[in-house]
Design a binder for this molecule. Structure first.
Ligand SMILES: [Zn+2]
Length: 322
């Protein structure tokens, strides 16, 4: 496996079976089953996605439209949304917080099974489960936010096994969105540029990142974001690896860039702080031994990019192979 594919959500060569999306009989195929999500939280048991046959009692509480995620040797795999169901003892204190630690259980499921925040479990899932969960969370999240036609405002309907919405009023078709984000390992000699946003855990610094704007290349977005946020001009930029990031709908483009200088001019409206940190200090931080700097979260591509920089690993020269 290529280094770039070893990142969390780096893919599992899932057969997405796009040719079956228009087939109304696909749910009747042998081995058809569903993974379960509640308000974006996948159900897992012992760090494994729960999969149920489509006639399982829990399916009585799911939305009628299933999302076809793909197909494997056992049959088609769907995502089923239980967001319309309310757990009997629901405590909303932690819902929609960054690392929601709460767990919801469904009475039709085994005691060990629960709905968990994907960020909290993502590094423990297999690549296949991570791809299924990320895809399901992103597509269901898109449906949740796009119930009405962006062209004429009429209520739209789900189509193509969840991969499209059609507008009955104006005939427009709408497709799930993925928003490109650049995240960059900006280095100067032996040091890497890191920053932090307000509200992050104390001492945590990560790589700078930002949305790619319309009409902009990935490389231009890297240079613009670093100049805007930290006042640093960047020379050569190269692509390293990407990561789907379904919080809610991003695709992270991990890049490396060479800073042309080190004088920081921080835009405090964009970020709280930025600084250069040496390879030695970053290694201490990753080992949990740095007195003040905490590293990017494990599972995020920033952690992956910095870890590989510390280990001097190279990225397959841009090549990709399944
Ligand atoms: Zn319309």
């Amino acid at each position: 496996m290529m280094l770039s594919q070893t990142v969390t959500f780096g893919g599992s060569a899932l057969d997405r079976a796009a040719h079956l999306r228009a087939d109304p009989a696909v749910a009747g195929q042998a081995g058809a089953r569903a993974i379960l999500l509640w308000r974006g939280k996948p159900m897992v048991i012992d760090d494994t996605l729960v999969q149920v046959p489509l006639d399982h009692p829990v399916m009585a509480d799911t939305a009628p439209d299933l999302i076809l995620l793909g197909r494997d040797d056992a049959g088609p795999v769907f995502a089923a949304d239980l967001s319309g169901w309310t757990p009997p003892d629901l405590d909303i204190t932690h819902l929609d917080t960054f690392l929601d630690p709460s767990e919801q259980k469904h009475p039709a499921m085994p005691a060990g099974a629960g709905f968990f925040e994907l960020r909290a479990i993502m590094t423990r899932l297999t690549p296949r489960d991570a791809e299924l969960a990320a895809t399901a969370k992103a597509v269901l999240g898109w449906h949740d936010m796009h119930g009405f036609c962006a062209r004429c405002g009429a209520q739209s309907v789900i189509a193509m096994s969840g991969w499209q919405r059609d507008c009955p009023a104006c005939g427009a078709h709408h497709f799930p969105r993925t928003d490109p984000v650049v995240i960059m390992l900006i280095t100067h000699g032996n040091a890497v540029l890191v920053g932090r946003s307000p509200g992050w855990p104390e001492g945590m610094y990560s790589l700078l990142a930002g949305f790619v704007e319309p009409g902009e290349t990935i490389e231009a977005a890297v240079r613009r974001e670093v100049r805007e946020e930290a006042g640093i001009h960047v020379g050569a930029v190269r692509y390293l690896a990407s990561q789907p990031w379904p919080f809610p709908a991003s695709l992270m483009f991990g890049c490396a860039g060479e800073a042309l200088g080190t004088d920081l001019s921080i835009d405090r409206t964009e970020i709280e702080d930025a600084l250069w940190i040496s390879r030695e200090d970053m290694a201490l931080s990753f080992a949990g031994l740095h007195p003040t700097i905490k590293p990017a979260r494990k599972g995020a591509i920033a952690h992956f990019l910095i870890e590989n920089w510390l280990a001097d690993r190279s990225y397959d020269g841009g090549a990709d192979a399944p």
